[in-house]
Structures are given as C-alpha cells and as structure tokens.
Design a protein around this ligand. Structure first.
Ligand code: SAM
Length: 380
C-alpha cells in the first residue's frame, strides 16, 4: 500500500530510467508551443549524455528501492509520523524546519561557495527577498559583523511563513514581493545606510507557501493545483529577479534558488538569463544531507557574481517582458520571441552546468542506494 500511494504522487520524470523515455513522453507537451525548438535543442544535447542518463537511472533506482525498504521496515503509524515531521500543515513547524534548513544552507554557502568565500569581505548591505523565517539571516549577521540586512516576506495573514528571527541589524518588512518596487527598497535603504544605493548581496529565495512546506502533499487540492501554483512560482521568481537586477551592486553577489525540474524548461531559461547578465555563475552543491533529501532534486541554489558590462539592460528587459506575459496569464506566449536571440553557445553552456549538477545528484543517489542496500542486508 505504502509504495502505491508514493507512486501516484510521483511525476512521470521520477519514473523514467533513461533520457529517451523521458523525452518521448514529454515531447507531446511541447510540440504545439513556442518552446518546441528549445525542447528539441535540449533533447539533442541531453539524449547522448551519460551523466543525464545515469541521473535518471539512479533516481528511479533510488525511489524504487526506497519504497521497497519502506514497505518492509515501516509501519503506517511511523510513516505518518515521519511524514508529519517533514510536511506538516502547522505553520509554526514549517517555519522552524525551514529556518533550520536555510540557516545550515547559508553556513554551508559562506564556507564552501567559491564566490561567497571570495566576496564575503566586500558585503556590507544584504537584501533578502522572501526572507521568512530568517534562516539565511542568522549566519549572515553572525559571520559578517558589519553587515546589515533588509528583508521582505509575505505577511502571515495571507499565508506567508512567520519571521522567527530578530536582530538590531535586521530590518524586516512584512510585504508581498509581487507588490514591491525598487524605489520603495531604496527609500527603505536610506533609513539604514544613507551612503549606499545598492546591495552587496541579494538572496532570492521565494517559493509560494503552498509549494514549499505548508501543505499536505497527499491532498487532492495540492495535486490539482500544482500546475497553477507552478505558474505563480515562475512569476514570483521573475519579480524577485527583476528587483535583484535593479538593486544589486555592479560587483555584487546574488544567491538564487532556481527550479531545475525538467518540465517547463523555466529553470533552464532563468539560467540562460543569469549567464547573460553575470560574469560568474556557480551551481552550489550543498554538503548538508537534509537539504539533499528534501530539495536538491527540485531546486538548485545558483550563486552569481559581477554584472557583465552592457548586458544588464538586456537581462532586465528579458525578465520584465517575461514577467508581463506571466501576469497576463500567458507565461509561454512571448517566450519564444524573447529567447530567439539567445545564442546556441549560451544554451549549451547552461546545459553543461545542469548536466554536471545532475551528474553529482546521480552520484548521491548511487551512494544512498548502496547504503540502503547494505542496511537491508543485501550484499549482492
Ligand atoms: C523557502 S522560504 C524562504 C526561506 C528563507 N530564505 C530563510 O532564510 O529562512 C520561502 C518564503 O517565501 C515567502 N513568500 C512566498 N510568496 C511570497 C511573496 N509573494 N512575497 C514575499 N514572500 C513570499 C514564503 O512565505 C516563505 O517565507
């Protein structure tokens, strides 16, 4: 029983064992859209790719074995308790879990990201978008003793997570980022630091409350509304990106959570824009085990540094046009036109970055798989 309910919740992508079957099933969704040429170019690049194939293979192996072991070892009660620990509808618990996860992630980034370790000494003002419960703020304020943080997050009355952290160097504004503009941010900045007009670090971590954490994954509501929520998530990400492009220093750092789910290609397109606009783009691979399990097959943190001179306006215009079409309820309509000018080489570059990431995930799955087998007494 346990494994069949898990199977129903999985999307097609989780179940594919090789790139060919993943692309075959997905092709029909793209054929009549402006994304089709991109789909084809990505398909051609990924089909012969060993890391991508091995990622899909191990992902399937991992889920299958994981389910089998759960069936053997877990009672329904302990399964439910375990589930509740991770995905609960109690906002306070969700906030606490997210707080711990984000705090550890930022500790990890400050210690292990190439860009952040090199640039941390230059950071004095931080903007944190979609900042609650404040996990990122904790190590930033602790380890960068002269920095100040301005943070915005959705009010709790409309479903946002609660801000759990307070500090005299943290200014928290409870506000929907979709309704925020860069002039308002500048005005708020004047109250913090009269001499600064831009930020040295901007964290872009928005996720609709219903998509991350505060949900019951088994409910029909959640399943039925997932695609709509996904559209909202894209608009939120674009809005955050626009604010980031308008408010970051030329030599600043941006920490951005990007969806790497295959369908929709949205994550890839965002990566393409980031590669146009920034000189350095680093996929951050967390060493923190819990974040692997929960998030790393859906999201990647991408750390970017230093605007490419002359490309910022192009990036802003791509993001704002795409955002406008999302807000008009047509997220893909203008999409083809927007990306017509993007060169094959920048698409290939993004694919390479994602592939490397997939390859590392595949390695992780292989290790987890072997450990599960050993724990289960399977020596073969
Ligand atoms: C993954 S959490 C962010 C965690 C945060 N980076 C930290 O360090 O603790 C996503 C946050 O986005 C917020 N959010 C969702 N939609 C939003 C919106 N439209 N405007 C502002 N915040 C939003 C959620 O309430 C939640 O607090």
């Amino acid at each position: 029983m346990a494994s069949s309910s898990r199977t129903e919740n999985k999307d097609h992508y989780d179940l594919c064992t090789d790139a060919a079957s993943a692309f075959d099933t997905d092709e029909k969704y793209f054929k009549s859209t402006v994304l089709y040429p991109l789909f084809l170019s990505r398909k051609n690049a990924l089909l012969p790719s060993e890391p991508y194939n091995s990622f899909l293979h191990w992902r399937k192996e991992y889920f299958t074995l994981h389910d089998l072991i759960k069936e053997i070892n877990y009672t329904p009660t302990s399964r439910r308790q375990n589930f509740n620990k991770r995905f609960t509808n109690q906002p306070q618990k969700v906030a606490e879990n997210t707080m711990n996860l984000c705090r550890d992630l930022m500790v990890d980034m400050l210690r292990n990201s190439k860009i952040l370790t090199e640039q941390r000494g230059n950071i004095s003002l931080v903007l944190s978008l979609c900042a609650a419960p404040g996990g990122f703020c904790v190590p930033l304020l602790d380890q960068l003793p002269h920095c100040r943080v301005l943070a915005y997050s959705l009010p709790t009355e409309v479903g946002g997570l609660e801000m759990l952290y307070e500090d005299e160097r943290l200014t928290f504004v409870s506000k929907d980022v979709m309704k925020l503009n860069s002039t308002e941010i500048e005005d708020q900045m004047q109250e913090i630091d009269l001499f600064k007009t831009k930020f040295g670090l901007i964290c872009v971590d928005g996720a609709w409350a219903e998509v991350v954490g505060n949900r019951d994954k088994d409910s029909t509501d959640f399943k039925g509304s997932f695609r709509i929520l996904f559209g909202k998530t894209v608009a939120l990400k674009l809005k955050e990106l626009l604010l980031m492009l308008e408010s970051l220093e030329q030599n600043g750092v941006a920490v951005i959570r990007v969806s790497i789910k295959y369908y929709g290609l949205f994550g890839t397109m965002i990566l393409i824009i980031l590669n146009i606009v920034f000189r350095n783009v680093e996929f951050f691979r967390s060493t923190y085990e819990q974040s692997h399990n929960q998030w790393s097959s859906q999201f990647a943190y991408v750390i970017c540094h230093e605007f490419v001179i002359g490309e910022l306006e192009k990036g802003k215009s791509m993001v704002s046009q795409w955002l406008e079409s999302c807000q008009a309820g047509k997220p893909t309509e203008e999409f083809g036109k927007l990306f017509n000018e993007v060169t094959e080489s920048s698409i290939a570059n993004c694919i390479k970055q994602q592939e490397q990431y997939f390859g590392e995930l595949a390695e992780d799955f292989r290790r987890n798989h072997e450990q599960l087998r050993r724990e289960n007494g399977d020596q073969s």
